[in-house]
Design a protein around this ligand. Structure first.
Ligand code: ATP
Ligand code: MG
Length: 413
């Protein structure tokens, strides 16, 4: 079927009426970015919806696949357009119903008319098109309450738009319409999904990863690079900070009683992350924690971990079920990367029986026995920063280069 347009509906975005223009600009830019390399279409942004017009249908399937993942799109419909003329609209309905001849379907006509100058009102239009279908398609019957499909007819000043499908988008807000958060990215399944859910809400997400070479391998780090690459596909560019955690982690394991090393490790990760967050103007730290999955993810544990910082800690997956998390990971393409077997620093140093209900007084007492400030400083100087786009690593730690790229990045989005 030759679709002439896709209508994009914004959904949640409409709530933010004050920022609407800025949001629409960013959404349009992000759609253009995601459709780079595809040809034969142009985008028209209106207050309440957006149109993608096609010169030909060569790329429509690819475009539909891309649109499903772009934050700020609530749903969209491939549509056929007729000029403002009843007979032309009937012809379009014919081409739509070509695919509905194999069974006895039920249908309903649903007309919307924003163009008040058109000759017929909504009821008249429903009758005209309904009778037309009934007369010409004996296998179709009307069912107003529960039809097999709805023929939507929208009469607007730009023409008559006819379609049957609403394809679900991810919803949320356009990318980078909110401030920044720093996300603790591990090689597991959860944290990339946490990053994605924040990106969908318009949060600009920077990543921080803790590695402990030689206990963790280059393969494990490459996995983090691949996850970051994947997470930058829709949004443009993503920053990744890699912390060399070996020395600090080894000291923690030496000095802290073994059933508390995991709690302490997490507390030190947060201390480091907080410093990086401040330097990068991130207003929150985020993790992939989900309540009750493992020892570190009880409320007692979160309480002990949170106590080292005042910065808000976002846990977007907190109440989600693992099956739903895995479904998102599959959809966004991170699952197969996360499933690669390379060890994470936390897994390697995991004690045999970590405390599921650690006590804050105890962990504070254990950590007070030694002075870690020099080690923290040293660890902070080890941080390497990389910038990624959908093709992989763009640059490494040189701060000047990074600044220039960051400026370019802001222009891009
Ligand atoms: P994930 O699948 O995200 O690894 P998980 O269920 O395996 O989560 P944990 O391994 O206990 O849970 O990690 C909890 C959270 O701590 C992770 O979601 C991530 O945000 C953070 N985290 C764990 N290890 C690291 C690491 N090496 N570097 C950065 N963040 C980490
Ligand atoms: Mg993990």
């Amino acid at each position: 079927m030759e679709y002439s347009h896709i209508i994009i509906r914004y959904g949640e975005l409409t709530l933010k009426s004050g920022n609407r223009n800025e949001f629409l600009k960013k959404l349009t830019k992000n759609i253009r970015y995601n459709l780079q390399g595809l040809k034969g279409f142009h985008i028209q942004t209106k207050r309440d919806r957006m149109y993608i017009h096609f010169d030909n249908n060569d790329y429509i399937d690819k475009i539909i696949e891309k649109l499903k993942h772009i934050p700020g799109i609530h749903n969209f419909s491939p549509v056929l357009r007729a000029d403002l003329n009843i007979d032309k609209a009937k012809k379009i309905i014919d081409s739509l119903l070509n695919t509905k001849l194999d069974k006895n379907y039920t249908f309903k006509i649903q007309t919307k008319r924003s163009n008040k100058h058109f000759d017929y009102n909504t009821n008249e239009l429903n009758n005209i098109f309904g009778s037309y279908v009934l007369v010409n398609y004996p296998n179709l019957k009307v069912n107003v309450k529960q039809p097999d499909f709805i023929i939507n007819v929208e009469v607007r000043s730009e023409g008559i738009f006819i379609f049957t499908d609403f394809i679900k988008g991810v919803g949320g807000f356009p990318v980078n319409t909110s401030s920044k958060a720093l996300l603790l990215l591990s090689g597991g399944i959860d944290s990339p999904v946490a990053a994605h859910t924040l990106q969908v809400k318009g949060v600009e997400v920077e990543m921080i990863h803790f590695q402990s070479p030689p206990f963790t391998s280059q393969d494990a780090l490459n996995k983090i690079f691949d996850l970051t690459t994947k997470l930058s596909e829709v949004v443009g560019r993503v920053k990744l900070h890699v912390v060399n955690f070996t020395e600090l982690q080894t000291e923690i394991v030496k000095r802290i009683p073994s059933n508390y090393t995991m709690t302490s490790t997490r507390r030190f990760m947060l201390r480091i992350a907080e410093e990086v967050a401040k330097k990068e103007n991130c207003l929150a730290i985020a993790t992939g924690e989900s309540l009750g999955q493992v020892a570190s993810q009880t409320l007692e544990s979160m309480n002990c971990i949170n106590a080292v910082t005042n910065i808000p800690i976002l846990r977007p997956l907190l109440t989600m079920d693992k099956v739903d998390i895995i479904k998102i990971a599959t959809d966004i393409g991170t699952l197969k990367i996360s499933n690669l077997p390379f060890e994470d620093c936390c897994t390697i140093f995991t004690p045999k029986s970590p405390k599921t209900k650690p006590k804050l007084e105890k962990i504070v007492e254990y950590e007070m026995r030694d002075d870690y400030s020099e080690l923290i400083k040293k660890t902070l100087t080890s941080v390497e920063t990389y910038l990624f786009d959908k093709n992989g690593k763009v640059t490494t730690k040189n701060m000047e280069i990074e600044k220039n790229l960051q400026n370019k990045f802001s222009e891009l989005l």
